[in-house]
Each structure stands twice: as C-alpha cells, then as structure tokens.
Design a protein around this ligand. Structure first.
Ligand code: GLN
Ligand code: ZN
Length: 779
C-alpha cells in the first residue's frame, strides 16, 4: 500500500519532470474578441467595464486552457490592451510630456492616447518588432525622463490568475531590451543613448519584483530578445550590469531570461550564462539552430534550467515531434534530467490562435497544422515524453501527418521544382541597361517631365466590398460582378483623366488584399477563416498558408488590365504583387528554404508579366512593399537574403522588351542601408514611401549614390487624412530636384489610396498634379 507521503512524492516527481513552458500567447482571442471590444470602446459604443470584462474572460480562458493541458510554467502579463512594450512604458511611468500625465496609476485615457493619439496630440511612433509583422510602440526617452512605478498590471494579472487557482510566471520586458528599443524623445539630441538610463529604471523594476514576490510569485520571466542581435560590447555589458544590480531583489525568486527570433551569439551566450542571479535561459531552437551547438561546445552552467524553444511560435506547422524529441534528449544529456523545460521558440502571439475554428480547410491540410492552442498541446506532449510518459497515439498520429505532408502530391510539383532549381546560381537581368531602356520607353510613352502617377489602389468603398463579398458567396452572378467592377474601373479611369494624371491605374477594386488576391489564384496556397495574427493594436492580418509548390494555372490580372487599358489612350499600369512580398506576408512552408519558395513564386509572376505584355500593357508595376521587412536580424545573413530577394524580383521581368516599362513600389522608409540592393533590382521606375522622412532619403543621393532609374519618392502621406497644398508638394519636389536629375523624377503619393476617402483623394491628387505642372513650366 502507498501512504499519502508516497503519493505526494510521486506527484512531485511527475510534476517536476513534466516541465513545459509557454513564452506567451495570442491576446486577440480565437475570434478576435479583443479587437471588437477595443474598437467598440474607442468608438464610444461600450464602456471601460465592458472592455475589461472581455479582457478578463480572455485571460481566464487562456490560463485555464494551459492548465487543462498540463503546462507547468504558464505565463501571465502577456495579455495587453495594445502592446507589451507600451505596457512596460506605463509600468515605468515613462509617459512623454505631451500627454500631460500628472502621476498615479495610468488608466485607459493616457494609455490609449500614447497608443493612438487623441484630438490634440499625436500618437507615439510605432515600429516593427524585430523581424515579425507585429509593431510595438517605441518608448521616447531623454535625460530628463522621470520614472515612477505607474502601472501595476504585471502584479494584478499574477494575482488574477492566482485567484483562479493558477500559478503563473509573470513576464516583463527586460530592462536592457526596453532601453535598446527606445529612441530619444522629441527635442532630445539624436545622439542620446537611452541605455544610459539603466540606473534610473532599475529601481522601478525592483519595486515590481518586490510586489510580485509579496504576492507569492516563485518565478519571473524577463524577455530580452535583443540578446539575439549583433550587439556592441557596451550593450552586452549592460546585461551584466542590470542583472547584477537586480540580484539581491531577485533572491528567493527563480529568474528566467527569455530570448527569441534567432540564436544567441557566442559572446552574448557567455555573458548571460555567467549571470549569478539567473536560474534559467530560454532559447529559440527553431530559427538558426546554432544555440544548440553552443550548448554542446561552450557548455551550460550547472544547476540552471534550459527552456528549449522547440515548438515554432512563428509558423502554423505541426511540430515534427520525433525530431524535437531527439533534440530534447540530446539537450537533456547535457543539462541534466530535471533541468530541461520544453518550450515554444517565442511567444505564440505570432501565430494563429486555434485550428478548431477552421471550417474551410480540408482534413489533410489541417492534419499538417498547429495553431497556438495546438502548439500548447505539442509542448506538453514533448514534456511528457521526456518524463517517460510518451503518448504513443499522439506521437504516431503526428508521424503519420508528417509523412503525409512529405509525400502528398498536393505539395510536390516536379516541374516547378525543376524550374526553380535551375534558377539557382545563375543571373537573370534585362539585356539592355536602364538608361537605354528608359529612352526606348519614352519614345513610345511620350511622357512629360515629372510624370504623375499613383501607386495602384483607389478608395475602397462599402459598396465595393459588398459586391466582392456577394460574388464570393455566390449571391450575385459573375456577369453582375464583372459589370460592377467594370463600372468602378471606368469611374477611376475617368477621374484620373480629369485630374490629368499621366500614367493611370485601374484602382484594384477587385482585390481585397494585395497578397491574398494572388494567393487565391496560385496553386500551393491555402486560406484560413480565423487565422488572424496581431499586427498592431486592434489590427490583425490573416496570412495565406503556402503549403506546396507554387504555380500559376492561368492568367490572374490580364482580364482587368486589358479592360482598363481599353478605356483610355493613356498608359495603364498592370499591377502585380512581387514574389518577395507574397513570401514575406504569408506563412511559409518549413520543408524547403525560403528562397526556393520565393523562386517558385517569381516564376509564376514572370508568366503573368509576360501575359500582360502580350496583351499590350506597356507599363507593369510589380510591388515589393515588404522587401525591406524580410531583412534578417543578423548582419551576417543580410547579404544572402538581399541577393536571392532581388534576384527573385529580376526573374519576374528579365524577359520583357526594352520598351516595356517595369515599375516597382516599396513601403517603409528605411532604405538607406539597402539602397544598393534597390538599384540592383534594376526596375525602370521605383516609387517609394518617403513622405515621413524626406531628409533621410535625400541624404543617400547627397552622399553621391549614383541613381539612373526613374524614381518617385512619395510627395505626400496617404496614411493621414490631411490634404497637402500645392505649395507644400512643390516644395518637396524641389528638394528632390536638388539632388536628382530632372528627367528621372516621378511625382506620386507614397502608397496606395485604398484606405482613404474620395473627399481626401480628389483634392490631394488635384494639388499633386498642379504642383507638377507648375514646376514643369519652371524647368
Ligand atoms: N499597389 C498597392 C496599392 O496601391 C500597393 C500597396 C502597398 O504598397 N502596401 O494598394
Ligand atoms: Zn506602399
């Protein structure tokens, strides 16, 4: 017979061994409940209480779900009303002056003003979170920033879970990462280094830690993802400084330093594993698996925990459990049996929420996938297997799905594989150089100097969305649909002629999304119903899933472009999304390198380019809005990425005649570091987002970068409802004329007009065209 002590001991052994951890979890809810609650609150349609109720329910159901699965280390404070970095800013009381914060616990008022601006002050800046499609609110700090403990959210979430009987690990953005992601506040010297404020923020961290301890926390997780970047030695030293300084406050607590999005460079690994007050380290073992080699070669500190991120938080594929299991066994042999914790590679907020809500995917594809809820189960199954309680049925179902994915004819298309493989190592570019091409094009197009154009989309009205929806749902016939879209195109063409724009667009009324539109017509793509991922605040994106070799069964845009061209004597741009952007805005297969998938897409787009050309379209724009954002985090990998990304773009148009003008468009203003790759794309004309950073772009050309192709730096910001005046636009064009040749400059807005209203677009474009006309008379 067992006595009760035996039972308790047994339970202790089991619970110690089944070590599973989740870095973070999506906050939006399985059906974007938080999004709708936030937007209704912002619109004044519901109360703060209503919003809080939705948030509480979401947190509670996530914690319960992880508890039911059996996760041992469940995170708290990974929920956020807007953004986790903004939460840290609130915790530190680092509210920029313009919000008139006077102290006390920060409420929705100040919090959402910082996030979104209000009637009198603009929002804080937002930027991309590492190489994800999530955007965080950038802290604005200066030598005079006053810090005070102003949001007790971490503690109240911990207590909230505890009240439900659930023990959690409170998660905080680590102090060094917080500062490294900050920027100098307005009016502060650009050279100011926020990292110099380390001493000032640590006292707040100490207060939070003390409160968490008092509330009964036994672990605390500091997210320090900047550790995976190429840091300078003084930045690395800051980690030693910070955690040494916090050591005494942290005593009695287990401390986890969590990293993600890449492996930790050897230098950083040495520094953090030497930290005394830290009990465990979380590593991403999916992206660049070199940390594994480090653990093997450089060793792992005795008595500390390794949180092994073997379940991918950035993708939607089911884990290869057998392979993860053998990785884990190898690690266990190094770090010791009860010191290995199975975890996710990063927060699951970067993947979709729950496969259960996918009603349109077929069962075969579904068996290959795991969203956040399923990943939690995978983590636990691996932990159980390590503890000697392998769920054989679960593992063998997983193995069967893995092999069905490998052998499925839906995944492999030999012909595509061969064609893509043949591209590697060779170069593809147009035979004639760009200035000769521009001359040949000009003879045909006969454009004025400073030609005007737009980026592609025109305002998407409610009516338009309804027409597309009804067509999709088979509520209106194809004939009715074509008629409605044709009318819309006609309207947009006539409008552009009235405005006297030189190179026209059809307005993209048939597209709801520039990637989805193409994905739906290419093979190898699947679409979810609820596979939303937070992009920023309440905004979510629903990336397509690329599961198989990509091919183009038939022309995708020729019908509409031809129709649009037939309505006008002016050149009509054919409008395509480029391969790199399709890749970067999708969930990409993990069974072949990204560049191979990209080459396949490039070949499909190449066919479309050729069909457009054959249909008489003389100007073709291939958007690479997301080329810059796919840039790898580590410098050592950037050249390789840029090489295949730019090559993929060139593949799409290397075969066209000299007289066919290839345009491309890029969003995101940070081009200076990749300007040579942009030139290497060898497009005839590039239009770029620029309106929020004229100076930065101009400085590239001032520094003597030779640029011979056509270029249209956006002359006004389409992200704002403000209407720019003719003088203002002319002024900006003049600034560009000072550094660029007159004959290569184009005049255009900085992105598509899809999100604007006609009441804004009409006057803005009127002013844009008249600015170009005024300047033409002066040149
Ligand atoms: N052609 C697209 C449009 O105008 C480009 C959008 C983008 O760059 N994000 O909508
Ligand atoms: Zn754009």
């Amino acid at each position: 017979m067992f006595d009760s002590q035996d039972v308790i001991n047994y339970l202790l052994i089991i619970s110690r061994k089944m070590a599973s951890h989740i870095v973070g979890y999506p906050r939006m809810g399985p059906k974007r409940e938080l999004k709708f609650a936030l937007e209704s609150f912002w619109d004044g349609k519901s109360s703060a209480d209503d919003l809080q109720k939705v948030a509480t329910d979401l947190r509670c159901s996530i914690w319960k779900q992880m508890t039911d699965v059996g996760i041992k280390y469940i995170p708290s404070n990974t929920f956020s009303y807007y953004d986790q970095v903004l939460d840290a800013t609130a915790m530190l009381g680092a509210v920029p002056e313009r919000y008139n914060y006077t102290g006390g616990e920060i409420g929705f008022d100040i919090y959402f003003s910082m996030a979104r601006g209000n009637a009198s002050v603009p929002a804080m800046e937002m930027t991309k979170w590492f190489d994800t499609n999530y955007h965080f609110i950038v802290p604005e700090l200066g030598p005079n920033t006053k810090f005070s403990y102003s949001s007790h959210k971490a503690v109240s979430e911990y207590k909230e879970a505890k009240a439900l009987g659930i023990e959690t690990i409170p998660v905080l953005i680590g102090p060094v990462t917080y500062l490294l992601l900050s920027k100098p506040a307005k009016g502060v010297e650009k050279s100011f280094a926020p990292l110099s404020l380390l001493e000032s923020i640590l006292p707040i961290y100490k207060e939070v830690i003390a409160e968490l301890k008092a509330a009964g926390a036994s672990w605390i997780q500091f997210d320090e993802p900047t550790l995976v970047l190429d840091l300078e030695s003084h930045q690395l030293e800051a980690f030693t400084k910070a955690y040494t300084e916090l050591e005494s406050s942290l005593s009695g607590l287990n401390v986890l330093i969590e990293t993600y999005f890449a492996d930790v460079p050897a230098e950083a690994y040495k520094i953090i594993t030497a930290l005394k007050g830290v009990s465990g380290f979380g590593f991403d073992l999916i992206r660049r698996a070199k940390t594994l080699d480090l653990v093997k070669s450089a060793g792992f500190p005795a008595g500390k925990y390794l949180f092994a991120g073997v379940v991918d938080g950035r993708n939607i594929w089911a884990n290869d459990l057998a392979s993860s299991f053998s990785t884990l066994q190898a690690l266990e042999a190094i770090v010791g049996k009860d010191k290995l914790v199975v975890s996710t590679s990063c927060s699951l907020m970067h993947t979709a929420v729950d496969l259960v809500n996918e009603t349109k995917l077929d069962n075969e594809i579904k068996s290959w996938l795991a969203f956040a809820a399923q990943k939690v189960v995978e983590v636990n199954a691996l932990a159980k297997a390590l503890a000697g309680q392998k769920d054989e049925a679960f593992f063998s179902a997983n193995a069967a799905a893995q092999s069905s994915r490998k052998s499925s004819p839906r995944v492999t298309n030999e012909e595509v594989q061969k064609a893509a493989a043949a591209l590697k190592g060779s170069d593809h570019r147009r035979a004639t150089n760009v200035s000769a091409r521009l001359d040949a094009q000009q003879k045909k197009l006969n454009l004025p100097i400073l030609p005007t154009t737009t980026i592609g989309s025109f305002p998407q009205t409610m009516d338009l969305r309804r027409v597309r929806r009804e067509y999709k749902a088979n509520k209106i016939s194809e004939e009715e649909y074509v008629k409605a879209i044709k009318e819309e195109i006609n309207k947009v063409v006539k409008l552009q002629e009235e405005l006297d724009i030189d190179v026209l667009v059809h307005g993209e009324p048939e597209r709801n999304d520039m990637v989805e539109y193409f994905g739906e017509q290419l093979s190898g793509f699947a679409f979810t119903v609820n596979g939303w991922v937070q992009s920023y605040g309440s905004r979510c994106v629903k990336p397509p899933i690329i599961y198989g070799d990509v091919s183009r069964p038939k022309a995708m845009t020729v019908f509409w472009s031809k129709m649009a061209q037939s309505m006008t004597a002016r050149p009509m741009k054919g409008m395509l999304t480029g391969p790199v952007t399709i890749l970067n805005w999708s969930f990409v297969r993990n069974d072949q390198p990204r560049f191979e998938t990209c080459y396949q897409i490039a070949l499909a787009i190449k066919k479309e380019v050729e069909d457009l050309e054959a249909a008489g379209i003389q100007v073709i724009q291939i958007d690479e809005a997301a080329l810059r954002e796919g840039l790898p985090l580590r410098k050592s990998e950037q050249a390789f990425y840029l090489d295949w990304a730019v090559h993929s773009f060139r593949i799409t148009n290397c075969g066209v005649q000299d007289t066919t003008q290839i345009h491309t468009h890029m969003c995101y203003s940070n081009f200076n570091d990749i300007i040579h790759s942009i030139i290497n794309m060898d497009a005839d004309v590039i239009t770029i987002e620029n309106s929020r950073s004229d100076e930065k772009l101009l400085s590239v050309f001032r520094e003597g970068v030779k640029y011979g192709a056509g270029i249209g730096p956006g002359v006004y910001d389409i992200h704002s409802p403000r209407i720019p005046s003719t003088e203002e636009i002319a002024d900006r064009i003049n600034k560009m004329l000072a550094v660029l040749e007159t004959n290569i400059l184009w005049v255009n807005p900085d992105c598509g007009l899809k999100t604007r209203k006609y009441a804004e677009v009409n006057p803005a474009l009127t002013n844009m065209v008249s600015a170009a006309k005024v300047l033409r008379t002066q040149l």
